[in-house]
Design a protein around this ligand. Structure first.
Ligand SMILES: [Zn+2]
Length: 74
């Protein structure tokens, strides 16, 4: 995967690390209130599934503006 070195918003230094959660991580257009399973028919994306140790996905964080960028898998 191509390394992201410069923030596209403020030109700050991007540092590679991980987004971590005790549960699955999804992206959705609308907030889910009950179920956190992705509704793929509504365009939701499963960023990362979880196991007993939780979920983590490689991400870049800008050290200046704290923007976090996760690359897709496709
Ligand atoms: Zn930035």
């Amino acid at each position: 995967m191509e390394e992201l070195k410069v923030c596209p918003y403020c030109n700050g230094d991007m540092v590679q690390g991980y987004i971590q959660s005790p549960r699955i991580i999804i992206w959705s257009k609308k907030k889910h209130r009950l179920s956190f399973l992705p509704k793929e028919y509504e365009g939701d994306i499963m960023v990362k599934g979880a196991n007993l140790l939780g979920a983590y996905e490689q991400a870049y964080c800008c050290q200046k503006c704290e923007t976090i960028i996760i690359r897709g898998n496709n």
